[in-house]
Write a protein that binds this ligand. Structure first.
Ligand SMILES: [Zn+2]
Length: 332
């Protein structure tokens, strides 16, 4: 199952003005302390080593900022940053620099991908060679997309298994709509008055759509036609016990479970993805499958959460679309 909150970031040096939050430097006269390289504005600051290893090496001026990063031994450390515009050329003469260049590999200062020759020393990728920060980021994004492609294939197989008769127990697609009761004067959300559960089978046939009361019978805001919580819970339990239950995400059922328990009615689904005796899991969250199938990687490198379908028939449509995806149609 995909991690939906993956915020893995590229392990590159400061790269992109666009990723700067701008929130890091402390106000006032004190020097800014950046929490990470991602927060350091591009092209303004450099460490002493970065200045020294520039194409035309420079000497730092006064310390101007700090950043939490890694020292030469890979340990977390607070590194001092200097403003590039306050640095000065080192004492090396042009003849010395030319001699140093003849000893060095000239290719080490050229990005193998885009041909850029940045002032700053390039980071060398073991597989690719020297790469500029932008090309390293592109490579990182491509790597993330490759991982996403592998997860998409797994999601397609999982969706097919869920829809296929006999592979797992029959499917029940569950979506819940709540009758809200607004907020208290103090701003606390009131528990919903009722829950309408729509339950479809794998062909889209309606198995049941009970309207369950989640508060006391005389509470305000209870819509007409609600069923008694005990009866409704028993009906859900009978319907769902032998099926693989497909929900969007667990939190969609929180108010239903809490409301039923508050009315001394049993909550039919354990909040664990426990294995079903016939294989697979008794309860499956669709959100993870959809995230894996969409497989989108944002320009910053993380995977966005898919938008909830909001209805049982749309959940089924999504599942069918995932199961019907031709894997050969994927790039590469
Ligand atoms: Zn490049």
């Amino acid at each position: 199952m995909v991690s939906l909150h993956d915020t893995t970031t590229p392990a590159t040096a400061p790269t992109d003005v666009g990723t700067s939050t701008g929130a890091s430097p402390s106000p006032g006269r004190s020097r800014p302390n950046f929490p990470s390289w991602r927060d350091v504005p591009a092209g303004i600051y450099a460490t002493e080593t970065q200045l020294k290893t520039m194409d035309l090496p420079r000497r730092p001026g006064p310390p101007a900022a700090t950043v939490k990063g890694q020292d030469g031994l890979g340990r977390t450390a607070t590194l001092t940053l200097y403003r590039i515009d306050q640095s000065t050329p080192t004492a090396s003469t042009a003849a010395q620099l030319a001699a140093a260049r003849r000893r060095a590999d000239p290719a080490a200062r050229v990005c193998v991908d885009c041909g850029a020759r940045p002032d700053r020393a390039l980071l060398v990728s073991e597989t690719r060679g020297p790469l500029c920060p932008a090309c390293r980021h592109i490579e990182y994004l491509r790597h993330r997309q490759d991982e996403a492609r592998a997860r998409r294939a797994a999601a397609v197989h999982h969706a097919r298994a869920l829809l296929e008769d006999g592979r797992t127990s029959p499917l029940a697609i569950v979506h819940v709509d709540y009758t809200e009761r607004g907020h208290t004067p103090a701003g606390t959300r009131r528990t919903p008055a009722a829950a309408k559960a729509t339950i479809l089978d794998a062909s889209g046939h309606l198995l049941a759509d009970p309207l369950l009361r989640l508060v006391g019978p005389r509470a305000k805001g209870v819509p007409p036609g609600t069923c008694d919580p005990q009866t409704g819970a028993e009906q859900l339990k009978a319907l769902l016990a032998e099926r693989t239950v497909l929900i969007w995400q667990w939190s969609d059922l929180d108010d239903l479970g809490t409301g039923l328990r508050s009315q001394q009615a049993p909550w039919p689904l354990p909040r664990t993805l426990w294995p079903h005796p016939q294989g697979g899991h008794h309860v499956v969250e669709l959100v993870g499958l959809v995230a894996d199938w969409r497989g989108e990687i944002m320009p910053e490198g993380h995977q966005p959460l898919p938008v909830p379908p909001g209805r049982a028939d749309r959940m089924l449509l999504l599942l069918q679309q995932i199961a019907g995806t031709a894997l050969s149609a994927n790039r590469k």
